[in-house]
Design a protein around this ligand. Structure first.
Ligand code: PLP
Length: 392
């Protein structure tokens, strides 16, 4: 027996463990101080009433022999895929029901989709990056090339025509930087991918935060994307499903003459037995008139928090990306501080916890991520403390 040696190539990610360790040490030494956490990447508002009601109804169906459901379709129930298709149509995008595959979330699909690609493909990811893209490819022994995201390019790198990429990851709005590509910028990526025969894995987990019409809520609003892009999306941030688990992936029939779509169906049928009926009923309720109004109200609450943080950065004259079309604010640490130096500085002097940018890649050094997923009260208190400290 030989173990998968690629596990030895993973770089240990101590980011959140180290954040937790330093925070707990501070709390132990200062039990009287109230800490505010703006580092959290998880939602805090509960599921909306329309979702809860639909899930309760589905549980009752499971309790009766004539409405009970056993195994569902691998690709998800038609009622949910039809609702997703309608949602795309409202964004001005045409997606076929057979191109939509329901899953238990974006993270699983981001890892699983790699089953469809040869080990010898060259992968392009941005630096800084959501670590899942790098780690899943490292485990498969694939070569990963970093596209440099920096202050100079607004943390939105564009294609390097001297590099022959096979698999390209794009996350927009981005985690951790909050930066979002314009449709014109995405068109450049799509043209590049089509020209070199690459596939784009487009992570749209934060699309619901986009309010600016010049930005794409789906890569399929860009001409040519149907022949090169797989879109991976999630109910996690859109509707608070981080603990409930549901997402979907669109694999267009136009990629590789339909082969990729068929391969993904085959892959899911082999290794995945579908998402529970109760959860899919809850997800479908998101698209009802009531559900939409309710999730929009929640998203707006996070948006207002993001705006409060962004306004604070503006007043302090601190450079940042995100905040407007994203729940993340990626700021340049003031006074030339490094990421961890700034972490310790605001923990010790303002009792606010954020996430050091360097934890997401080398280019993150000197940057820091704050998130809008806290309560309005906590967000207001945290920025008041940061503003007081940095105005001294
Ligand atoms: N993609 C990005 C960029 C994320 O930040 C996250 C979660 O934070 C995910 C995917 C995972 O989403 P899910 O909860 O659907 O697995």
């Amino acid at each position: 027996m030989k173990l998968n040696g690629c596990f030895d190539n993973l770089t240990e990610n101590y980011l959140f463990a180290e954040v937790g360790k330093r925070t707990n040490e501070y709390i132990a030494a200062h039990p009287d101080k109230k800490i505010i956490k703006l580092g959290i990447g998880d939602v805090t508002l509960p599921l909306v009433p329309a979702v809860i009601e639909a899930m309760h109804g589905a549980v009752d169906e499971m309790a009766s022999a004539d409405t009970f459901r056993g195994y569902g379709p691998y690709e998800g129930y038609a009622f949910l895929r039809e609702s997703i298709k309608k949602h795309y149509a409202e964004l001005g995008v045409s997606v076929g029901v057979d191109e939509i595959f329901v899953s238990d979330g974006a993270k699983s699909d981001l890892g699983s989709i790699l089953d469809l690609f040869d080990k010898d493909n060259t992968v392009v990811v941005t630096d800084p990056v959501y670590p899942v893209y790098v780690d899943t490819n490292t485990l498969a022994g694939r070569k990963v090339i970093l596209a440099s995201a920096t202050e100079a390019n607004g943390f939105l790198p564009m294609p390097d025509r001297s590099v022959k990429a096979d698999i390209i990851y794009i996350c927009s709005p981005n985690n951790p930087t909050g930066a979002a590509y314009s449709k014109a910028q995405l068109k450049e990526w799509v043209d590049y991918a089509n020209a070199v025969g690459a596939v784009i894995l487009y992570d749209a987990a934060y699309e619901c935060f986009i309010s600016d019409n010049s930005l794409a809520r789906s890569i399929y609003s860009v001409e040519g994307a149907k022949s090169c892009a797989v879109e991976i999306c999630s109910f996690s941030k859109t509707a608070g499903f981080t603990g409930t688990r549901c997402g979907y992936t669109v694999v267009p029939a136009a990629i590789c003459g339909g082969k990729l779509n068929k391969m993904w169906y085959r892959r899911q049928a082999t290794k995945f037995n579908g998402v529970s009926y109760v959860v899919q009923k809850g997800a479908a309720a998101v698209y009802t008139e009531q559900g939409m109004a309710q999730i929009r109200a929640n998203i707006d609450r996070y948006r207002r928090n993001a705006q409060l943080i962004a306004d604070c950065m503006d007043r302090l004259g601190i450079w940042y990306t995100g905040g407007k079309n994203s729940p993340y604010i990626w700021l340049k640490c003031p006074r030339g501080m490094g990421s961890w130096e700034f972490f310790d500085y605001i923990l010790n002097n303002a009792q606010v916890v954020g996430t050091p940018g360097v934890g997401f890649g080398t280019n993150g050094e000197g940057f820091f991520r704050l998130t809008a997923f806290g309560s309005e009260e906590a967000t207001k208190e945290a920025i008041a403390r940061i503003e007081r400290l940095l105005s001294e």
